[in-house]
Write a protein that binds this ligand. Structure first.
Ligand code: ZN
Length: 405
């Protein structure tokens, strides 16, 4: 159900600003380029020291990642790739947070049709809401798959520009927004349709193969929906996923938004439309991986953004509540969190009276990395974002997950 009241497009085109290209677009472009540059450096500088010191070579047989590349690639983003524990938070593997394209809080309430009517308010009492994680068989049954996805223009630009941001064809975006001149300057706040479907299974493609060597089958994935509880913080073309992932993300974030005082969650990289390699990640290939932000101690003055988290800026209670909200969907297969942050979460839970035994299925800590098969596992580089992998939807037989092995 859409609560959209704003019309999709102003029918009268405002006069383009004199001088053509709006400042906002220029700034955004500069921001994107700047981040790409930084990312390139990080990517480039990463392997030698960090990998050699902290990580042994991936056991290829166990990993089963045909597409994993040797050499200067970061290790596959999986516990199975880490034969040895890496205690060093400096050992960066998959340290790419969602990319900041210079856009502010998306805010808007457009997007998903995933109304979750009648959800109970989230418990605010930590100890009462603490239950061990489990992935349920029927998690996908009640999901409302996206029918329409809209993108809210932040600084201006045209339909063509939005198409470029999402890497969708110009003829596609024209068909999705009939009657709009593709070159016309759109004022900030304009909602552009970037996807339309029937909400039927399979419309967003299927997740194929492993997250570290996979793809999204034709016709390709669906872009992440805007909505409550979230701040889009990635380049739009990196925010595609299979429909089930989009729907369950929307569900979790809508539930999260009902929590009193809930901080909005940064939503970062997901997959490309067709999946496949999404540098610098080694995973994010099959439409089931999502980067989200930790909940921060935040003064509300600066813009919420990706940060290296530590005891000073991590809000462990709220981060726990966020993890519980996500895991509570029954759709989460595994979560990657840096071991040092697992320790902070563990200590917080223990201080709240949660037993060691109750924490065991939740996280590796204080066991060695790779021990057990808890929900939260260490993969280096996840100290500025949480990596959530959702399960293979029932019926998608080409989707491969290590849990099935
Ligand atoms: Zn990730």
């Amino acid at each position: 159900m859409s609560v959209e009241t704003q019309q999709t497009f102003p029918q009268q085109a405002p006069a383009p600003a004199a001088g053509g290209v709006p400042l906002g677009a220029v700034l955004m472009l500069m921001a994107v380029m700047g981040w790409s540059f930084v990312g390139a450096i990080r990517c480039y500088a990463r392997p030698a020291g960090g990998v050699a010191s902290g990580l042994a070579a991936p056991p290829v047989a166990a990993v089963g990642q045909d597409g994993a590349e040797p050499g200067d690639e970061p290790p596959p983003d999986s516990q199975y790739a880490l034969a040895d524990s890496s205690e060093s938070p400096e050992a960066e593997a998959d340290a790419e947070p969602g990319e900041d394209e210079g856009e502010d809080d998306g805010g808007g309430d457009g997007g998903g049709d995933g109304e979750d009517g009648g959800e109970a308010a989230i418990e605010t009492e930590f100890s009462k809401s603490f239950t061990p994680p489990e992935q349920t068989e029927d998690w996908a049954e009640q999901l409302e798959l996206p029918k329409t996805v809209k993108y809210t223009v932040r600084f201006g630009g045209s339909l063509v520009r939005v198409a470029n941001l999402f890497k969708i064809y110009h003829h596609e975006i024209q068909a999705l927004n009939p009657g709009v001149d593709p070159e016309r300057e759109l004022p900030p706040g304009t909602k552009v349709v970037v996807y339309k479907g029937e909400g039927a299974p399979g419309e967003g493609g299927e997740s194929v193969d492993y997250a570290g060597a996979g793809s999204i089958s034709d016709p390709g994935g669906i872009p992440m929906v805007e909505g409550p509880g979230r701040i889009p913080k990635a380049t739009p073309w990196k925010t595609f996923a299979i429909a089930e992932t989009i729907a369950v993300m929307d569900l979790a974030l809508r539930r999260w938004a009902k929590r009193p005082g809930a901080q909005k969650v940064l939503v970062g990289n997901m997959s490309q439309r067709g999946g496949g390699r999404l540098k610098p990640h080694s995973t994010h290939q099959s439409g089931r991986d999502v980067d989200i932000g930790y909940i921060q101690k935040w003064d509300g003055k600066e813009e919420l953004n990706w940060r290296k988290m530590n005891a000073q800026n991590l809000d462990p209670g709220e981060t726990w509540a966020l993890l519980q909200t996500f895991v509570g969907t029954g759709a989460v297969e595994v979560i990657f969190i840096d071991r040092g942050l697992q320790k902070l979460l563990h200590e917080y839970a223990r201080a709240q009276g949660v037993t060691e035994a109750a924490l065991e299925p939740w996280m590796e800590y204080p066991r060695r990395t790779g021990e057990g098969a808890p929900m939260i596992q260490h993969v280096a580089g996840h100290d500025d974002h949480i990596h959530v992998r959702f399960a293979c939807p029932p019926g998608q037989d080409r989707c491969k997950s290590r849990a099935q092995e």
